[in-house]
Design a protein around this ligand. Structure first.
Ligand SMILES: [Ca+2]
Ligand SMILES: [Ca+2]
Ligand SMILES: [Ca+2]
Length: 157
């Protein structure tokens, strides 16, 4: 009996620390998405050091401020529940629109979602938009432009 229980306990012991860590750290120290690491990794070492992370946080803060100013319709410095509801509605609408646009472009088999192949195509199209000389790869200048565009998105521009 003991032998049967042990692996389960071991599994629990292995799972528990990571769960606890996730709770403790919460969203504040969330690991940046791979895409964001690529955008903010100025020295190209594949990870974000403190200065690079600070830039990401600053850009996020900028977006937050810009968004708040936009949401605060009567400019009284606070977001009323009504203003919040309107903003939520707008956001939902924009998201639905973006999704519809993406599906219209890349949902080849028209099943209403993007499978791996279709997603890959969407990604390739996104990259192709920055491949100005159409040689199939992004050179340094093209990569810089792509990163700048991604940064502008993080800033909410
Ligand atoms: Ca870095
Ligand atoms: Ca599909
Ligand atoms: Ca190119």
């Amino acid at each position: 009996m003991r032998r049967l229980i042990t692996p389960a306990l071991l599994l629990l012991a292995l799972l528990a620390p990571s769960a606890a860590l996730a709770n403790k750290d919460g969203a504040k120290h969330e690991r940046p998405k791979r895409h964001l690491v690529w955008v903010y990794d100025d020295n190209g070492d594949g990870k974000l050091d403190e200065a690079e992370r600070a830039k990401l946080q600053a850009d996020k803060a900028q977006r937050k401020t810009a968004r708040k100013a936009k949401v605060d319709g009567n400019h009284d410095g606070t977001i009323s529940p009504e203003e919040r509801a309107v903003a939520k509605d707008v956001k939902r609408h924009q998201r639905a629109e973006r999704k519809a646009e993406r599906l219209a472009k890349f949902d080849g088999n028209k099943d209403g979602s993007l499978d791996a192949t279709e997603r890959a195509r969407a990604k390739a199209a996104k990259q192709a938009a920055f491949d100005k000389n159409k040689d199939g790869t992004l050179d340094a200048a093209e990569t810089t432009a792509a990163r700048a565009a991604a940064r502008a998105r993080v800033q909410g521009k």
